[in-house]
Ligand binder design. Structure first.
Ligand SMILES: Cc1cc2nc3c(=O)[nH]c(=O)nc-3n(C[C@H](O)[C@H](O)[C@H](O)COP(=O)(O)OP(=O)(O)OC[C@H]3O[C@@H](n4cnc5c(N)ncnc54)[C@H](O)[C@@H]3O)c2cc1C
Length: 351
């Protein structure tokens, strides 16, 4: 075994798993495909729902410092896990170098080279299902998060073929000031942009399918935002910058032509776990229940409903503890079903 616990993904979930594992004496190797930990956090200028944190970059720096102090965790940046196999006695992760990352960061190159020497190439082991390096451990925490959805799966959107519409979270605030911005989808980055830039004079015209209505709550009262639940939106011909036109059919059956200076995608996200033994449910997510007993999933990857920093950290810690208790043959659930004591609380709230 290369370590006690493999951790795939170095966001808040994976990092929380690493420090929790260390706290119970487990060694871990954390594989992160990016050139830094917590890349997603670095793009969140304002955070209002995490205790003690006010913005993503500071939180990412604090987590990075915690991991640097964590002697039992070895962080390997610039590596992507492409395959996870699970067996009765172990898990194995196939890991490939991310060349672009390695080329960009010289310091990382040295660390990666060191890893390559330490880990036996799959070819040499003779049982390769995919090219790359192979790491083995008794358990793995998979916390690879989610990535932005493209327009392919959005049946309500037309006119997108061959168009490269940028993601809203990548928008340069200066470039959208004083502009009319067509936002395709009502996902949470809109709230982040609005919260982070109260000074922006942009007008956001947000077209979204009715099933995404619940995502609009945090921007509903922002006077710069015009919400439009649509059955269909057909982007007009031309580029995605000045001017953009779109024909829409609203849920009320009204037909309108929209004109904007620029358009952005804001459709939400989808998980992209490594191939192999990680179980995926019908929604494409990877809930912890139903996984192989040696695989623990954590963070955004688990469900479309719990995609928050604090829940990612909590689930990462739980995943590491799950691996720890399993290594000790201690059941996670203790006792039987909950015992009902007394009746339901009375009007005064009960006791
Ligand atoms: C614009 C925006 C604003 C947000 N604002 C908030 C907010 O205000 N409050 C809040 O609570 N949440 C917010 N979120 C959500 C929050 O960022 C996520 O819930 C949190 O980052 C999830 O943590 P995670 O560790 O599960 O996944 P991530 O942070 O996505 O980390 C996963 C990591 O895994 C790595 N990875 C992926 N695949 C592989 C692989 N195969 N091998 C190795 N590494 C891999 C990725 O590079 C990444 O670093 C926001 C998200 C966005 C996009």
């Amino acid at each position: 075994m290369d370590t006690d616990l493999l951790i795939v993904g170095g966001g808040p979930a994976g990092c929380a798993a690493a420090v929790m594992a260390a706290s119970v004496g487990m060694r871990s190797v954390l594989i992160e495909s990016g050139d830094a930990l917590c890349g997603a956090l670095r793009r969140i200028p304002v955070v209002r729902n995490v205790l003690t944190a006010t913005n993503g970059p500071d939180l990412a720096a604090a987590i990075e410092a915690d991991l640097a102090q964590c002697e039992l965790c070895r962080v390997e940046l610039g590596h992507r896990a492409t395959l996870i196999d699970a067996f009765d006695d172990r898990v194995e992760a196939t890991v490939e170098r991310v060349e672009a990352t390695v080329d960009r960061v010289e310091a990382t190159v040295e660390r990666v080279e060191a890893t390559v020497e330490r880990v036996e190439p799959v070819g040499a082991a003779g049982s390769a299902r995919a090219p790359g390096l192979r790491l083995t451990a008794p358990y793995v925490v998979v916390a690879t998060g989610v990535g932005p959805l493209g327009p392919e799966g959005a049946e309500w959107l037309g006119g997108m073929a061959g168009r490269a519409v940028p993601q809203l979270w990548e928008a340069d605030p200066a470039a959208i000031d004083d502009r009319t911005v067509l936002v395709l989808g009502a996902d949470r980055p809109l709230g982040t942009v609005a919260r982070a830039h109260p000074e922006l004079k942009a007008r956001f015209v947000v077209a979204y399918p009715p099933e995404d209505a619940y995502k609009t709550e945090e921007v509903r009262r922002d006077p710069r935002v015009e919400l439009m639940a649509v059955r269909r939106l057909e982007l007009g011909p031309g580029s995605t910058s000045a001017p953009v036109t779109a024909e829409v059919e609203t849920v009320a059956g009204e037909r309108r032509t929209l004109t904007a200076d620029v358009a952005f995608l804001n459709l939400g996200s989808a998980p992209a776990p490594p191939a192999g033994a990680v179980a995926v449910d019908r929604s494409g997510y990877c809930p912890p229940g139903g996984q192989h007993p040696r695989i623990f999933t954590a963070g955004d990857l688990r469900s479309v409903r719990f995609q928050r920093i604090a829940t990612a950290m909590g689930s990462g810690g739980e995943a590491a503890l799950g691996a720890y208790y399993a290594s000790r043959d201690l059941p996670m659930e203790t006792g039987g079903p909950p015992t009902v004591v007394g009746g339901p609380p009375g009007p005064a709230g009960g006791g």
